[in-house]
Design a protein around this ligand. Structure first.
Ligand code: ZN
Length: 297
């Protein structure tokens, strides 16, 4: 199987990273998409995958950097002759999200215009996702994969449910954290995994700064804690992802981020600090994700 990192950034429109998105491609060619943040559809095409050929999407949570591209992904699949309805699995609210997009929803004008074409009439089901709202436990299973999920600790659950997942396929296991503070549920989901894909939004210096300024730090995992999680879960390899723009050199992001970050500390050198801090506890194979990075398992 192959894992393609379609988006490795966080909430800002970063010129160097799309928002969250991971594509799992089995040896038989079947694709499973996890998260669909802004830029993911473009990167899917760059990775030589047709969105119409991706029949499954798991949304870890409904924050914009994990779902922004879903309308583009779905409409592209429709235009490019997707057959059947995509399966969309996600937290509470996923049905509401999907049912307010196309027919009668935010993109109704586009839907109405495009569905006049006879060719688009033939695959209207591409715009009618089969939605399954999941709860902790088995989230999805077909003859090729088994996906279990549990709540992770990103935002209080009554505001917004957030899931981490464990995916078993072809005798391998991958785990993906979505967004979370360090939590035992993610350690259990990742137990013994061949690869753990885990968020690592901010380096320690940013977390210190955010603590002092009260911007909020509950929601994410520090590099030091990430190393501890990988060690506790005894994973065979670790991919750090969902980077919060701390290494950006974009002048726009730097100007815009002054309220959020210690902008004077920003830069690519901080990735060395991330690696150093993950390494305090975890000594196995470590990848720092970048867009379009591929991992063969
Ligand atoms: Zn996020």
């Amino acid at each position: 199987m192959r894992i393609t990192m379609l988006g490795t950034g966080a909430a800002f429109p970063d010129p160097d990273r799309a928002q969250s998105g991971i594509l799992l491609t089995l040896t038989n060619g079947r694709h499973y998409l996890f998260d669909c943040g802004a830029g993911v559809t473009h990167n899917m095409v760059r990775a030589n995958v047709n969105p119409a050929d991706v029949p499954f999407v798991y949304l870890t949570h409904l924050h914009h950097d994990h779902i922004c591209d879903f309308p583009l992904f779905a409409i592209t699949g429709w235009m490019w002759s997707r057959q059947g309805s995509p399966v969309v699995v996600g937290p509470k609210g996923t049905r509401h999200f999907c049912e307010h997009l196309f027919e009668g929803g935010a993109f109704h004008a586009d839907f109405a215009a495009r569905s006049h074409y006879p060719a688009r009439q033939k695959n209207l089901e591409a715009m009618r996702p089969q939605v399954r709202e999941c709860s902790p436990g088995l989230a999805y299973e077909d003859e090729y994969v088994r996906i279990t999920c549990d709540w992770v600790e990103h935002i209080p659950r009554e505001i917004s449910e957030c899931f981490g997942v464990r995916v078993e396929a072809e005798g391998k296991v991958l785990a993906f954290s979505g967004d979370t503070a360090p939590c035992d549920a993610m350690v259990e989901l990742a137990r013994g995994a061949d690869v753990l894909l885990h968020e690592c939004t901010f380096p320690e210096v940013f977390i210190e700064h955010r603590k002092k300024t009260g911007v909020g730090i509950f929601a994410h995992t520090s590099p030091t804690d990430l190393g501890m999680i990988a060690k506790r879960a005894d994973v065979k390899s670790l991919v750090a992802t969902h980077f919060g723009h701390f290494e950006s050199t974009s002048p726009v992001i730097k100007r815009a981020a002054t309220a959020h970050f210690p902008v004077e500390l920003m830069g690519p050198h901080l990735m060395d600090d991330v690696v150093r801090d993950v390494r305090k506890h975890y000594s196995g194979p470590l990848h720092i994700a970048h867009d379009l990075m591929r991992i063969e398992l």
